[in-house]
Design a protein around this ligand. Structure first.
Ligand SMILES: NC(=O)c1ccc[n+]([C@@H]2O[C@H](COP(=O)([O-])OP(=O)(O)OC[C@H]3O[C@@H](n4cnc5c(N)ncnc54)[C@H](O)[C@@H]3O)[C@@H](O)[C@H]2O)c1
Length: 354
C-alpha cells in the first residue's frame, strides 16, 4: 500500500483570503496540511492555526519566521498586492514552493524577477486562479476542446457586482477593530490599480482560458461610478483581439454586475454558441436544439489547493502557471495604457513587454 504524500503549507496573511485558503487546506486533509500561519497580527495567525491547522501548527508574526520554519514546504501568499513580488521571491530563495493570490504582481519587471527567482530556486509557482476550477468553466473548456463548436471567434467574460462593503469599508471577515481589508485597496501604491487589476483579474484569465490563444491587441475604457477611490477605477470595459483572430470583451465593476440570470461568460464559434455560469453551461450548434447542463457547485478554493498539491507532489502540469499569470498582467497593464492613451495597444509576443 502506498501512502499519499502530504504537502505541508504555511499561509502568509491571515485576513479575508487567508481564512478562505486555510479552510481550503483543511478541506484537502490527506493531500495537504496547514502547518504554519504568519501575519503581522500574531493573534490572527494563531486563530487560523487553531481553527484549520494540523496538529502543532505554528503561528508566526513575520514572513521571515515562517520561512525559517522547517516544516513549511510551500508558502500560500494571501497578502496585499504590493507585497506579492517580494514575498514570492523570498519564499523561492528559501526553497519553498509558492501558491500566490492574484494578481501575480504589479509590474512586468516584477514578473520577470519572479520568473527568474522561481526558476533559479527550482520551486513550483502557481497563481491562485480559483475561477479556473469553477464547474461551469471546466465544462465549457471541455466542450470547446471536444471541437464540435469549431473555431472560437468571440469570447466574453464578466466579473462584476455591486460592492457596497467596499464603499462602506465593512470588512468581509472580522479583523481587529478599525482594520479593514478595503483599506490597502484604497491606496493605489499598495493595490496597484482599481477594479480591472483586482476583481477584473479573474475575468481576464477566464477570457484567456476560453480564447485558448494569446492576446495581441487591447483597447479599454475605465470609469469610476460608485466607489470613489482617487486614481483607481471601479469599472472597466476591455476589448481584446487574440492571435487566433477571436475578439474578446471583458467587463468588470464594483458598481454593478449583470442582471440576475445572465451568463458570466459566453463564446461565439464557427458552428454554434455557448454560455455559462459557475454552475451551468448551455451550448447550441446552429440549427439544433440547445444542450443545457446544470452542474454541482464546486468549492473553487479547495479545488485550487488540490491542484497545487497535485502539481507539486504528483508532477501534474499546472493550469495557473507563471505564463498564464504574466499574460494576464500584460493584458491588464495594456488595458490601463490603452485607456489612458485612448488608443489600441499592441501586445508583444513576449509577455514581459508592452
Ligand atoms: N480569489 C478571490 O476571490 C479573492 C478575494 C479577495 C481577495 N483576494 C486576494 O487575496 C489577497 C489578500 O487580500 P485580502 O482581502 O485577504 O486582504 P486582507 O487585508 O483581508 O488580509 C491581508 C492580511 O495580511 C496581513 N499583512 C499585511 N502586511 C503584512 C506583512 N508585511 N506581513 C505579514 N502579514 C501582513 C494583514 O495583517 C492581514 O491580516 C489579495 O491579493 C487579494 O487580491 C482574492
Amino acid at each position: 500500500m502506498t501512502t499519499e504524500r502530504v504537502l505541508r503549507a504555511g499561509i502568509v496573511g491571515a485576513g479575508w483570503m487567508g481564512k478562505t485558503h486555510a479552510e481550503a487546506w483543511r478541506a484537502n486533509q490527506g493531500r495537504g496540511e496547514l502547518v504554519a500561519v504568519a501575519d503581522m497580527s500574531e493573534a490572527r495567525a494563531q486563530e487560523l492555526c487553531d481553527q484549520f491547522g494540523a496538529d502543532g501548527a505554528r503561528a508566526h508574526s513575520s514572513l521571515e519566521a515562517l520561512l525559517a520554519d522547517d516544516r513549511v514546504e510551500a508558502v500560500d501568499i494571501c497578502l496585499p498586492h504590493h507585497l506579492h513580488a517580494p514575498t514570492i521571491l523570498a519564499a523561492a530563495r528559501a526553497g519553498k514552493h509558492v501558491l500566490c493570490e492574484k494578481p501575480l504582481c504589479l509590474t512586468l519587471e516584477e514578473a520577470k524577477a519572479i520568473r527568474d527567482g522561481v526558476g533559479e530556486a527550482g520551486v513550483t509557482y502557481m497563481s491562485a486562479h480559483n475561477n479556473l476550477f469553477a464547474a461551469g468553466l471546466v465544462e465549457a473548456r471541455r466542450v470547446l476542446e471536444a471541437g464540435t463548436l469549431g473555431r472560437v471567434q468571440y469570447v466574453r467574460s464578466t466579473e462584476a457586482g455591486h460592492n457596497a462593503n467596499y464603499k462602506t469599508r465593512r470588512p468581509p471577515v472580522a479583523l481587529a477593530a478599525g482594520e479593514s481589508s478595503w483599506d490597502w485597496r484604497a491606496d493605489p501604491g499598495k493595490s496597484g490599480g482599481g477594479c480591472v487589476l483586482d476583481t477584473g483579474w479573474h475575468g481576464a484569465y477566464r477570457l484567456l482560458a476560453l480564447a485558448g490563444s494569446r492576446p495581441v491587441e487591447v483597447a479599454a475604457m475605465v470609469s469610476d461610478y460608485y466607489i470613489g477611490v482617487p486614481g483607481a477605477e471601479d469599472t472597466g470595459a476591455v476589448l481584446v483581439r487574440f492571435e487566433n483572430g477571436a475578439t474578446g470583451y471583458l467587463f468588470t465593476s464594483w458598481a454593478f454586475g449583470d442582471p440576475p440570470g445572465s451568463f458570466q461568460f459566453q463564446v461565439g464559434a464557427e458552428n454554434g454558441v455557448l454560455g455559462g455560469t459557475a454552475t451551468k453551461v448551455v451550448y447550441q450548434l446552429f440549427g439544433e436544439q440547445p444542450v443545457e447542463r446544470e452542474l454541482e457547485r464546486r468549492n473553487t478554493f479547495a479545488a485550487e489547493v488540490e491542484h497545487f498539491a497535485d502539481v507539486v507532489t504528483r508532477d501534474v502540469s499546472g493550469l495557473a502557471t507563471w505564463e498564464h499569470a504574466a499574460r494576464t498582467l500584460q493584458l491588464i497593464l495594456g488595458a490601463y495604457r490603452a485607456a489612458e492613451e485612448k488608443r489600441t495597444i499592441t501586445l508583444p509576443e513576449d509577455p514581459l513587454s508592452l
